[in-house]
Design a protein around this ligand. Structure first.
Ligand SMILES: *[C@@H]1O[C@H](CO)[C@@H](O)[C@H](O)[C@H]1NC(C)=O
Ligand SMILES: *[C@@H]1O[C@H](CO)[C@@H](O)[C@H](O)[C@H]1NC(C)=O
Length: 428
């Protein structure tokens, strides 16, 4: 947009006036805009903000950007943050990608739809207004919202693809280039609402390289390891302020043969992943783990067996964080499927309570378990998004109470008031 000078000057005048008010009154004048939000950092196995421990009661709503593109669906995004604030949730994990599908952010390699970028800007703004931070994921292993399949297709269409395998996402040099360009575009995006580049915005809790990377064509794990090393280094050359994680489920691999038996089944040993080796990469700040007893364990596994698996899975990874990795561990997805034969809300509540207790007990004793993220919360009227794990938090009092109780007790053991900003005590 071109504005005449007559239009330009008053804006400059207003801006300096705003700057003056801010310098005079600081936080008092702009309690919401002026971040009392600082970057989340890592100190050994702990997450900290302003020198105080930070524990995450988090959730997943992967759909925030896609729903905020159009005005008709945007209120869902706003009300999700309102619900989250009422629940005292601290971090939301969501997709900062949509590659080549409907309302794509990345229309083709390096080409972006400004409308969709503005939708992501809005998600970040809204999160900040509700004092929630975001764990932003940069790509998908699954084909939803494009994923690695889309990148491979783009490379082929450009005559650059070196292999038709979907795993070439990890090793094809031109696809690695595409992905690095993508990383750079996101991290250096200047939010049109705040004027702040994403890499400078403390609303971003951390970056995640990819949702659930799998590379079954290379069971040795070398390809994924090499990809993580290269991408993690690249992220840090652009952004040293934010934390970085990989985004995988936590399956053990060849570097820890004794731990292979903890994988849910033998097939999971062959995904080209290696929790210990991958998470050790220097630029990776915390380890990510998912928890899906019903997707991973054989059909017919009962609730008691699932709970037992979860106990071992969670404690083993927390122990790795403490003894081997010396990094925090975050359980960035967990859920119980409503498609289970004997599903009941009581079973789901029981599993959630169990996971919350494991996290709380680790946090209370200064262990490496730094938080967990429910998969997934939706708002009312979003039936098309309700996968077998979707929950409308306001719909069932028992789950609402459980989540809130976890938020409040984690807040209590963080000296700073818990949510990582000043004056947050009011929420419990
Ligand atoms: C890549 O993944 C897509 C989607 O899952 C699948 O349809 C396709 O067959 C895969 N390509 C190869 C070469 O395996
Ligand atoms: C489902 O419930 C029935 C009846 O209580 C029980 O016999 C069966 O073992 C349960 N199945 C699972 C997978 O929990």
């Amino acid at each position: 947009m071109l504005a005449g000078q007559g239009f330009f000057y008053p804006i400059v005048g207003l801006a300096s006036c705003v700057a003056f008010i801010y310098m005079s009154f600081g936080d008092l004048a702009f309690p919401l805009m002026q971040s009392q939000m600082n970057f989340v950092e890592r100190e050994g196995t702990q997450l900290i903000v302003d020198g105080n421990p930070f524990y995450v009661n988090g959730w997943n709503s992967y759909w925030l950007m896609s729903q905020s593109v159009e005005e008709t669906s945007r209120p869902r995004m706003n009300s999700m943050f309102e619900t989250a604030a009422r629940l005292g949730l601290t971090v939301c994990r969501t997709w900062a990608f949509n590659d080549g599908t409907y309302n794509a952010l990345q229309v083709s390699p390096g080409q972006f739809d400004e409308r969709v970028f503005e939708a992501l800007d809005r998600v970040i703004w809204e999160a900040r207004m509700h004092k929630v931070r975001l764990l932003l994921s940069l790509a998908n292993d699954w084909k939803d919202f494009g994923g690695k399949v889309q990148y491979v297709k783009w490379a082929w269409e450009a005559g650059l693809g070196s292999s038709s395998s979907n795993d070439s996402f990890f090793f094809d040099p031109s696809i690695r280039r595409y992905f690095k360009d993508y990383i750079k575009a996101i991290l250096t995006r200047r939010n049109h609402l705040t004027g702040i580049q994403y890499r400078d915005d403390p609303t971003v809790f951390a970056w995640e390289l990819m949702n659930e990377p799998h590379c079954p064509s290379d069971p040795s794990g070398d390809i994924v390891q090499n990809w993580i090393e290269e991408m993690a280094k690249y992220v840090k050359t652009i952004d040293k302020k934010h934390l970085l994680t990989v985004g995988f489920e936590g399956f053990y691999g060849p570097s820890s043969p004794k731990k292979l038996e903890l994988n849910p089944a033998e097939d999971f040993n062959k995904l080209g992943l290696d929790f210990i080796r991958n998470s050790k990469v220097e630029e990776i700040d915390f380890a990510s783990v998912h928890i899906y007893p019903d997707l991973w364990l054989p059909p017919g596994t009962n609730q008691e067996q699932k709970i037992r698996f979860v106990s071992k899975w969670v404690s083993s990874h927390i122990e790795d964080g403490e003894k081997v990795l010396r990094k925090p561990v975050l359980f960035t997805e967990f859920g119980l499927s409503s498609k289970n034969k004997n599903f009941s809300h009581g079973c789901r509540d029981e599993l959630f309570k169990h996971i919350f207790d494991l996290i709380y007990n680790s946090a209370r004793t200064k262990g490496a378990g730094a938080g967990s993220f429910i998969w997934q919360l939706i708002e009312e009227g979003m039936e098309e998004f309700r996968d077998e794990f979707g929950i409308v938090a306001g719909e069932r009092l028992s789950i609402f109470r459980l989540i809130k109780e976890q938020s409040c007790r984690l807040a209590e053991i963080s000296r700073g008031g818990g949510w990582g900003w000043k004056g947050s005590k009011g929420r419990c």
